[in-house]
Design a protein around this ligand. Structure first.
Ligand code: ATP
Length: 363
């Protein structure tokens, strides 16, 4: 096992495209780190650079205590699992699992032992003599994982390994991967564009956008204290509500917008610096509450309910306020009806503030 360290790592493709601006961070030994971001943000490029499949334009990449900038993929002690599992169709599961080891000249009984161990861990014992065509998508993905596991690499690299599975299988295989990580205790780097996958699997998450690291933190930290508007909008579904306006000090701090004003009911030195300046106030849907559902809550604004969406254990209220769309997540027993006006308040201490010029969080 090994830690992976990046120091000022950059990637510029030959056509001049900057895919990774300058990344410096460390993946701890045994950590499951997720790289997440929208299409084209550079996450696959970064993973392929760790694998050695893409050259490093600048900076230093270290795996364990070895600088690997110029080390070939096969000598990096890594194993990669791709989204299209690339199994050999003419080989059985057993042969697929053992193939890489055979190429490396590992002794037959050692191969058999490692294949049996991996098959047991992945619940594939009954399938060892089947060919890939006879397996379900989830089983194929587990074989692909098993092929990486039998090599006992220092670092596992997974590139959207669940994206070819249907929703239900994706969920169970995701849990499987978390379980395997816990049992094997290996360093894993996991690429996905799916925020739920990132939040549920990652011990820490790197959020990338436009080749730049936006934030590297634990899932809860990212959700509770997004470093900027991009992270605030990328994680969380429905997305965070954003109010654009000017901060004024009247009785207390108020956000004054084109068609309305909200008493913020909070104050801080950092905010005081923004009085009479534009500011963006963010509030997650679960922190925007109806006064009717929450006794004692101060009414901060009134919104018009356009669409009521029950999703089982809660209801999404899609509303309009001062020209903007708002979403609130309310309890399933809420009696709010479409077409009505509702008074809304905030869960105390849950407002997020952002600087509209830099998009950075105001602490
Ligand atoms: P996706 O989720 O769509 O795979 P990604 O975040 O993994 O996206 P990358 O595949 O790393 O993104 O690509 C990052 C950027 O670099 C993209 O703008 C892409 O078009 C560009 N890119 C990728 N490979 C090359 C290449 N060989 N030459 C030039 N540009 C490239």
């Amino acid at each position: 096992m090994a830690a992976v360290r990046l120091e000022k790592v950059r990637k510029v493709y030959p056509n001049g495209h900057v895919a990774l601006k300058e990344a410096s961070f460390e993946i701890a030994d045994g950590e499951l780190l997720v790289l997440v971001g929208p299409s084209g943000c550079g996450k696959t490029t970064l993973l392929r650079m760790i694998a050695g499949l893409e050259s490093i334009t600048g900076g230093t990449m270290t795996i364990g205590d070895r600088v690997v900038n110029d080390v070939a993929p096969k000598d990096r002690d890594i194993a990669m699992v791709f989204q299209n599992y690339a199994l050999y169709p003419h080989m059985t599961v057993r042969e697929n699992l053992g193939f890489g080891l055979r190429l490396r000249g590992v002794a037959k009984d050692e191969i058999a032992r490692r294949v049996a161990d991996a098959a047991a861990m992945l619940g594939l014992e009954e399938r060892l003599d089947h060919r890939p065509a006879a397996l379900s998508g989830g089983q194929r993905q587990r074989v692909a994982l098993g092929r990486a596991m039998v090599r006992d690499p220092a670092v596992f690299l997974l590139d959207e390994p669940l994206s070819n599975l249907d929703a239900k299988l994706r969920l169970s295989t995701r849990v499987e991967i978390a379980r395997i990580h816990r049992r094997v205790g290996a360093t894993m780097v996991y690429v996905t564009h799916d925020q739920i996958e990132a939040m549920t699997l990652g011990q820490r998450i790197v959020v990338l956008n436009g080749g730049e690291i936006q934030q590297l933190d634990t899932p809860m930290k990212l959700y509770e204290k997004p470093a900027n508007l991009f992270v605030a909008g990328f994680l969380g579904s429905p997305a965070m509500n954003l109010f654009h306006g000017t901060l004024r000090r009247e009785d207390g701090l108020r956000l004054v917008m084109k068609d309305g004003a909200i008493d913020l009911g909070t104050d801080s030195a950092a905010l005081a610096a923004y009085v009479d300046s534009p500011i963006i106030v963010g509030l997650r849907p679960e922190d925007l509450l109806t006064v009717a559902d929450h006794a004692g809550l101060d009414e901060r604004l009134r919104a018009h309910v356009e669409v009521v969406e029950p999703v089982g254990n809660e209801i999404f209220l899609n509303m309009r306020y001062a020209g903007d769309e708002l979403v609130s997540r309310v309890p399933p027993q809420s009696a709010v009806a479409a077409g009505s006006d509702v008074g809304l308040g905030f869960r105390p201490g849950r407002l997020h503030f952002f600087d509209p010029a830099t998009t950075a969080r105001i602490p």
